[in-house]
Design a protein around this ligand. Structure first.
Ligand SMILES: [Zn+2]
Length: 166
């Protein structure tokens, strides 16, 4: 499968008959697939979609997979996790902002859609393993806690005795 950085599907044929579908497979290599220190490894996303003409426009559904990389929330080492997304998006001539995507010149550009869906799926705070205990904690010098405890004031000792007498 050839790697590509754009995935545009011509829908002229599809739209001739509602219900017509076409399989779209690609291996995408996208730039800037990162949000701060979280990313899609190599910007690589494998796409196996079906594109189908529906009354409203075009629906694209299937799977998008890749590998996410994010720092472990305890030890901060990079954690790679397989990503597999169920993809289901609708394209229309007059798209609804934030809900559906545009059809331009009888073509749909799947690239920005796949990008957004994949970035939204980046893990927020993964763990490298259930047993990760994080970095070795810095040790306090032995006895530090005892020494920092305030010395008992003799004047309060008298008060203590008063209370006991009651
Ligand atoms: Zn860890």
């Amino acid at each position: 499968m050839t790697r590509t950085d754009t995935l545009i599907v011509d829908i002229v044929e599809l739209r001739r008959h509602t219900g017509t579908r076409r399989d779209v497979e690609a291996s995408l290599a996208l730039d800037d697939m990162a949000v701060a220190d979280r990313s899609i490894v190599d910007g690589r996303l494998d796409v196996a979609l079906t594109v189908e003409a529906i009354t409203e426009g075009i629906v694209a559904y299937g799977a998008v997979s890749g590998t996410t990389r994010a720092p472990c929330r305890r030890c901060l080492d990079d954690v790679d996790t397989p990503l597999r997304l169920d993809f289901h998006e609708i394209f229309e001539n007059d798209p609804t902002d934030g809900e559906t995507w545009p059809i331009n010149d009888e073509r749909i550009d799947l690239t920005p859609v796949i990008r957004e869906v994949a970035l939204l799926a980046l893990p927020l705070a993964p763990l490298c393993g259930d047993d990760c205990v994080g970095p070795e904690p810095e040790r306090f010098p032995t006895g530090a806690f005892e020494e920092s405890e305030p010395a008992k004031d003799d004047r309060w000792a008298a008060l203590d005795e008063l209370r006991f007498d009651e």
